[in-house]
Design a protein around this ligand. Structure first.
Ligand SMILES: [Cu+2]
Length: 245
């Protein structure tokens, strides 16, 4: 009995230690400007937690298998001592507490990060997106239109205000860890922070029809001055001279 309570206490102590060790990270979550790294951090945390808990439980189980195994020819072995009602309750409540407290802790961190993700920075560029079978159609603040290629300036938060002209699509940019549905009759949004020039895949994350898999595009992140030059040139080309973003 004592040994069992000891094992339970060990689990509890380890989970408490893991929780305490995570505290600075939870405080730092407030300072995160770009939620993308936060999602990665949270995912690693989930992997570490389930690994640690899994290993602890496997060790305890292996110990019990060996400790209470039946030895051939010895009828006194193979039977675990009967648990008292209090010990039986403890064996249920303590592991449940360990699992649930970690679960709730990770969920709370996810909730905090979700709020950062839904809170769009005031200093941003807004682009309208209309999705449809099978393209992504963007409109910049100055009226410039682009299809399937979303050019954005590096270092500036970009918000997409999205709707759909036909059915449900989901605008997904895996590199920026953002995905949000676009649907007819509703405006949804997402934002991301492209930190440096480069190219990133856009794909549709909701099955929307037979050509769903063709619904690919890319985010092209340009240095700020190159982006401005491109936007001005597009404005002239598309017949809206003098207008800039
Ligand atoms: Cu689609």
């Amino acid at each position: 009995m004592l040994r069992r309570v000891g094992a339970g206490a060990l689990l509890l102590a380890l989970s408490w230690q893991a929780w305490a060790a995570d505290q600075p990270a939870a405080g730092a979550a407030k300072a995160i400007k770009n939620p993308a790294a936060g999602w990665d951090h949270l995912w690693q945390e989930v992997l570490i937690d389930i690994t640690v808990i899994g290993v602890i439980f496997a060790l305890v189980m292996t110990y019990f298998l060996i400790r209470y195994r039946r030895k051939p020819g010895d009828p006194a072995t193979g039977n675990a001592p009967k648990l008292s009602p209090a010990a039986a309750v403890a064996w249920v409540v303590i592991p449940v507490f360990v699992f649930l407290s970690d679960d709730l802790y990770v969920a709370a961190n996810g909730w905090a990060l979700w709020n950062v993700f839904r809170d769009v920075p005031a200093d941003r560029m807004e682009v309208q997106l209309e999705s449809g079978m099978y393209s992504w159609d963007y409109t910049y603040p100055n009226g410039v239109k682009a299809q399937n290629e979303l050019r954005v300036p590096a270092g500036k938060a970009v918000m997409l205000r999205m709707t759909s002209r036909d059915t449900l699509h989901s605008h997904w940019i895996p590199d920026f860890r953002v995905k949000e549905d676009s649907m007819p009759g509703r405006i949804t949004y997402l934002w991301f922070l492209p930190e440096k020039p480069g190219e990133h895949i856009i794909t549709c994350g909701a099955y929307c029809g037979v050509m769903h898999s063709y619904m690919a595009g890319k985010v092209i992140v340009l240095p700020a001055d190159e982006f401005k030059a491109w936007l001005d040139q597009q404005a002239a080309q598309q017949g809206m001279p003098g207008k800039t973003a």
